[in-house]
Structures are given as C-alpha cells and as structure tokens.
Ligand binder design. Structure first.
Ligand code: SAH
Ligand code: SF4
Ligand code: F3S
Length: 477
C-alpha cells in the first residue's frame, strides 16, 4: 500500500485541466488489429490535450493496451508494470499509468490490487472518455476504474480528425461478439456485437484517404456480421458498404477482417467477384477440421459449411487466397479429431494461417472442461500442424514467381535502397528501387520467393495515386 500513498502524494491536481504543449505519451499495444486501431484512436483523443508520442516508456503518460486472448496475458502485463513502477519512482511519481484494453476489461480491480501505482484502468469501450477520467484521477488523487459497457457508441464520440495511418489504414466498423465460442474471452471483453452507421464509416474512410490511405482494412471481431444503418434509412450489408467504399476515387484496395463462417453470405462472396477493389484475400478462421470439436466449441458451423464457402469463394474469384486460425488441443480433441484438422488443411490449401494451443481462459466454459489435453500432446500437434501450414505458405509464395500484379508500396525495405510493399495477397514484396514513393501502386513481376516475402521488379509506371505529404511519408516509413 505504500506505493499507493506515495503516488497520491505526487498527484498534481491541475495536471489535466490545462493544455500544455509538452507532454509525452507512450502507448504499448498487444493483441489484434482492433487493439492497434484503438491505440491510434487513443492518441487522437489525447492529442488536443497536448500529448505527443515519446520514443520510449519514460513518458508523462503511459498506456498499456492489453490483450486477454491467450495465456500469460496477465503475467505480461504485470511484468511490464513492474518495469514502469521503477521508472515512475525515478520520476518521483510524475508518471500517469493507464491499463487499457481487454485485460483491463477482464481483470478490473485485480489490477489495482496487484499494482496500486496504476492510475487508471479503462475497458475497451470507454477510451473516448480518457480526458475526463484522467482529470478525475488528477483531481481526486484516487485511481479510477472504468469497465462499464456504455450505451453510447464510442466510435461516434471520438474526435473526427485522426492522424495519418499511411498507405494502409485500419477502420473499425463493427465491435463485439455474440457468438460465445466456448474457448473465447472476446464476448466478455468487447461486449455485444455493434455495427457503426454507414455514414460515419464512409466519412472516416474519406478522411483516411485524404491522409494518404490507398488501402483500407475494415475491422471487427466479426466484421462480416456488420449490418449498419444506411445513410438514408434502412440497413446496408457489408457487401453494399464495400460497394459504396469502392466509389472513393483514390482508394485502391479494400479488405475486411476477421470474418466468421456463419456470417459469410452469398452476397458477400459475390462481392469478391464484382467489387474490383476488394483484394483477393480472405482471413476466415475455422479453428478445427473435426465436426465434433466444432460442436463442442459452439462454433455454430461445421466443416461442410466451411468447405462450401471455400468452393463458392474460389468459384467467385479463382485467384483468392485464404488464411485461417486453428486451435489444437481443445478439451477432448482426439488423434482422430486432429487428423481431420490436418485433412481439412491439406484439402483447402492456405496461403497463410495462425495456429495456437488451446489456452484455458478464466470464465470461459472450455476452461473448466474435465477432458483437458496434456501439454505434450498439444505441443506435438501444434508442431505437426505448423509444419504443414508452413509448407503451404512456402508453396503459395513459390507459386507467385513469374506472376505480374499490382503492389502497393508502403515504405523502405530492411536493406538500404530497397522499398517494400504488399501484394494483393498481403505478402511483403521487396523491390530494389529507391525512386518509388510510399502510397504508389506499380505493376511488378515477381522474381523470387522467400519464406515470408517476395522479390520483384517494376514493370509499369505508377498507377495513379496522390503523392503523400511529408508527414504521411514519415508515418509510412
Ligand atoms: N473473431 C475471430 C477470432 C477472434 S480471436 C473468430 O471468430 O474466429 C483470434 C484467434 O485466437 C481465434 O480465431 C482463435 O484461433 C484464437 N483463440 C481464441 N481464444 C483462444 C484460446 N482460448 N486458446 C487458444 N487460441 C484461442
Ligand atoms: Fe471469439 Fe468465437 Fe466470437 Fe470469434 S466468434 S470472437 S472466436 S467468441
Ligand atoms: Fe486480444 Fe481483445 Fe483483440 S483479447 S485479440 S485485444 S479483442
């Protein structure tokens, strides 16, 4: 408790009530792209208060934007907090520490009990209120916890302006999940599914494009469940929203992530044929190739539905590349179940995939199941699956050699003189040519494939696009 009192003694009552030009901010982010988007938006909220990004954690305000999806989330947070505590003590308490994101939502008061030097614990739904909550903390000298799910829509209350995200920008259109897969914390940490209104999304997309975005990735925990209020009443589907976004002249590429098989409607599949700006890439988590396990997981889809979607997608867009998520060692998973997962992977052929050992999450039904799979079995299955997925990724990359396609260049490569961009399948593409500016799109020929990237030569001139401002180039690099 001593820390608690020391921290109180150093609270400055006026700390957040006036605008100062020189306050440093450091945001650390774990987890999914939605969390990364949230971190950017938190910076947008704090910029009018005079906060500017610091280069390291020794800053006036430090925000830890946390993820709770798999094990060791809390340990990672507390070890980071241990480091920050030393820095805060060295600054004589003049550091405000905020724990945000999904661990904040899930653990709440527990964080203050274990780390009383934390100033504010704020869930993912309330960060539009950061200025007010920081002011309350400064005024009262008492740490603040805000983990309610407010009725208002956070995204519509954030500042309209936002910093450039560079040529590839993220835009949250949907948040939360009503699916309650038995292993997953997201429905608890992010709350119920909510779709943002189409007009707000279109306005944000146009703004991002004026700030240099050529590709926009629409984000949501179940992004294809999006069904939002249309600008002139009624509702739009995601396919309709994508069609409207495709009308933005300087926007060249669109994608959306993460989708759930259950919400993969025919109209959306058809958009992969009809919408020329929609990238031929889809991340569609399947988790397992065993129907018994999918049922136990409460996934609300079976392997038949997944296979049908894959067939329909490939019929609509023959060059579409697929990526997915897998969990091995879900409670009760037998060797035969696992073999069905391997078979589904062999048959489907993924360009990319993420695979995880089942991690029992506090408060989820699967965590208390009795038939947990031993760690050594999970390890062996993960290795086997990852070897297969790696082979498929390499085969997919190798198959690009000799092909021509458009690459969106985003910044410098790892070596001097190189510039890096992304293929329509999101693979990093490296070109040895300094003259290409970030945000431009060029046709290339792929000359070689590495395990995680492609090498290319430019074959065409720039496919029109606005030049980036100095600030945007800086951000992109
Ligand atoms: N909304 C997406 C994914 C959300 S979480 C979907 O419905 O698929 C991202 C991935 O983390 C999941 O697809 C799953 O593969 C993995 N994951 C989630 N909870 C997990 C757990 N308890 N153990 C292991 N992996 C998990
Ligand atoms: Fe989690 Fe399932 Fe919702 Fe995806 S659909 S966020 S895995 S509960
Ligand atoms: Fe993690 Fe929360 Fe995203 S738990 S994966 S940061 S929704």
């Amino acid at each position: 408790m001593t820390d608690h009192h020391e921290t109180r003694a150093h609270a400055r009552p006026d700390a957040y009530s006036q605008i100062s030009p020189h306050r440093s901010l450091h945001v650390m982010t774990w987890g999914c792209q939605m969390n990364a988007y949230d971190s950017g938006r938190m910076e947008d909220v704090l910029r009018p208060l005079g906060f500017r990004s610091a280069t390291g954690p020794d800053a006036d305000l430090v925000i830890l934007n946390t993820c709770h999806i798999r094990e060791r989330a809390a340990e990672k947070l507390f070890s980071e907090l241990g480091r920050l505590r030393t820095l805060k003590e060295a600054r004589d308490g003049a550091m405000t520490i905020v724990v945000a994101g999904c661990v904040a939502q899930a653990e709440g008061t527990e964080i203050l009990t274990r780390a009383p030097f934390v100033d504010l614990v704020i869930g993912s739904q309330s960060y539009h209120r950061l200025p007010e909550l920081l002011a309350r903390r400064a005024r009262t000298g008492v740490p603040v916890i805000e983990t309610d799910f407010p009725a208002e829509q956070k995204f519509e209350l954030l500042p309209k302006d936002q910093a450039s995200q560079g040529p590839v920008a993220f835009l949250a259109i949907q948040e939360g999940c009503n699916k309650f897969c038995t292993f997953c914390v997201v429905p608890y940490t992010r709350g119920e599914e909510q779709s943002r209104p189409a007009a707000a999304i279109l306005a944000e997309a146009r703004l991002l494009v004026t700030k240099g975005a050529r590709e926009i990735a629409l984000l949501g925990q179940n992004v294809n469940a999006w069904h939002g209020e249309a600008p002139s009443g009624g509702q739009w589907s995601l396919a309709r929203l994508l069609a409207e976004l495709a009308e933005i002249p300087d926007l060249a590429r669109l994608r959306y992530t993460t989708s759930h098989p259950r919400d993969m409607r025919m109209e959306l599949i058809a958009a992969h044929r009809d919408n020329p700006k929609l990238l031929p890439f889809l991340h569609l988590p399947v988790q397992s190739g065993s129907d018994g396990i999918l049922k136990a997981m409460n996934r609300r889809h079976d392997t038949r539905l997944f296979r049908r979607i894959v067939d329909d997608l490939r019929a609509a867009r023959p060059d579409i590349a697929l990526s997915s998520d897998f969990i091995v060692g879900y409670p009760g998973e037998t060797d035969a179940d696992f073999e069905e997962t391997m078979n589904l992977v062999r048959e489907t052929r993924f360009a990319l995939a993420y695979s995880f050992k089942f991690s029992p999450r506090p408060g989820t039904p699967a965590a208390s199941a009795e038939n947990q799979v031993p760690e050594s079995v999970k390890d062996a299955r993960l290795q086997e699956l990852q070897a297969l997925l790696r082979d498929q990724q390499h085969a997919f990359n190798d198959a690009q050699v000799g092909r021509h396609f458009d690459v969106l260049f985003t910044g410098s490569g790892r070596h001097p003189g190189q510039i890096a961009g992304r293929s329509p399948y999101l693979q990093p593409v490296i070109v040895a040519d300094q003259k290409i500016g970030p945000g431009t799109i060029h046709e290339v020929t792929i000359t070689a494939a590495n395990p995680n990237s492609l090498m290319a030569n430019i074959v065409g001139g720039a496919i029109t696009g606005p030049a980036l401002t100095h600030e945007q180039e800086h951000k992109a690099a």
